[in-house]
Design a protein around this ligand. Structure first.
Ligand SMILES: Nc1nc2c(c(=O)[nH]1)N[C@H]1C(S)=C(S)[C@@H](COP(=O)(O)O)O[C@H]1N2
Ligand SMILES: [Mo]
Length: 325
């Protein structure tokens, strides 16, 4: 049994060992059988990961902090979350990224920070990681295409990282860019999107405690097809806001250009908060299909802000959600 440390703010526990995928499954069954979501109960397990990928990469997620986020959620299987992907840099069909991204080399990796901040420059990912408090957060994730999943992400608070760059008072937005390198990202040889992929947030959205920089999932290094080595995860917004393989962060005074918003502003708003009452012009957003569900299973109701209203509704209290969608 591992040592359990409870912290005051979010009843976090420190795992002394990597939890293998099988442990997640056990845990899920355990939760199902007992109906208990209590933190301490699922911290155990002594198995090691069969794959040494995290270690190969020089990463150590053994000491990631377990958080209370998503307790009681039924996790999507590792297989579904890593074989059904949107990552147009590696092809436009759901099966393309897992097939085409395997040779993608993400070490070394650096991120350039520019714009309205005191500490701009280019930073090695490993240095950013050294300063980060690595956590695990189980989040729901809802794609604008009306499928969804539940994933245990490994990473750190976006706000904690952004604060270190000391944004100035002019920084009203923050934007992110994916790598542009058609040799390494073969999907970029075709102009299916205006590369590089870009997306951004209002500063107060970025500083919300839910906003997360993910470097792994299921206790493992981020698979290439899921956005290695580092991606954004904004769980109350449609999935396309959660930009992958980030190489640039810019602090700006004005709303930054976002790839899908530029493709079709009436279909993909800048905000793109999950909202069952604002349909996509071509389909309903009232319900979603969970990855791994059978085709005969009933659809799941979509929740306002993907179920995170308590944490984020205040950000939009003076806004018309139909207009600023
Ligand atoms: N750079 C980049 N980031 C991206 C995408 C993309 O095509 N390119 N697709 C987005 C979309 S539409 C979704 S739903 C999620 C999918 O993440 P996943 O493959 O980990 O499920 O990534 C988002 N981030
Ligand atoms: Mo998506």
């Amino acid at each position: 049994m591992s040592i359990i440390i409870k912290t005051a703010d979010k009843s976090a526990i420190r795992l002394s060992e990597i939890t293998a995928e099988s442990d997640y499954l056990d845990r899920r069954n355990f939760i199902k059988q007992t109906g208990l979501f209590a933190t301490a109960l699922w911290a155990g397990g002594s198995s090691r990961l069969a794959s040494a990928s995290a270690a190969d990469y020089g990463r150590d997620f053994n000491h990631r902090i377990k958080t209370a986020y998503g307790q009681g959620e039924e996790l999507t299987s590792y297989k579904d979350a890593t074989t059904y992907n949107n990552f147009y840099e590696f092809g436009t069909s759901k099966k393309d990224p897992v097939e085409n991204a395997q040779q993608f080399v993400t070490d070394p990796w650096s991120i350039t920070v520019e714009g309205e901040a005191n500490k701009t420059g280019t930073f090695h990912l490993e240095d950013i990681l050294k300063q980060a408090q690595i956590e695990e957060r189980i989040y729901r994730f809802r794609c604008v295409e009306a499928w969804s999943m539940v994933v245990p992400w490994v990473g750190f608070s976006l706000a904690d990282m952004l604060k270190r760059f000391e944004p100035t008072s002019n920084a009203k937005y923050v934007s992110f860019e994916t790598l542009y390198d058609p040799q390494r990202m073969p999907g970029q040889k075709r102009r299916v999107l205006d590369w590089p992929y870009k997306d951004g947030l209002r500063m107060d959205e970025a500083m919300n405690p839910l906003s997360f920089m993910a470097v792994g999932l299921y206790g493992r290094d981020m698979p290439n097809q899921n956005g290695a080595p580092i991606r954004l995860v904004v769980p109350w917004k449609y999935g396309f806001k959660s930009i992958k393989s980030i190489v640039k962060i810019s602090f700006t005074e004005h709303e930054p250009p976002c790839t899908w918003n530029r493709v079709s502003p009436r279909e993909y708003g800048f905000y793109s908060n999950v909202n069952p009452d604002v349909d996509h012009p071509r389909w309903s957003q009232k319900s979603e299909r969970k990855l791994g569900a059978n085709f005969w299973d009933p659809k799941t109701d979509t929740q306002l802000f993907n179920g995170y209203a308590e944490q984020v509704a205040h950000l939009y209290k003076d806004m018309d959600l139909q207009k600023y969608f």
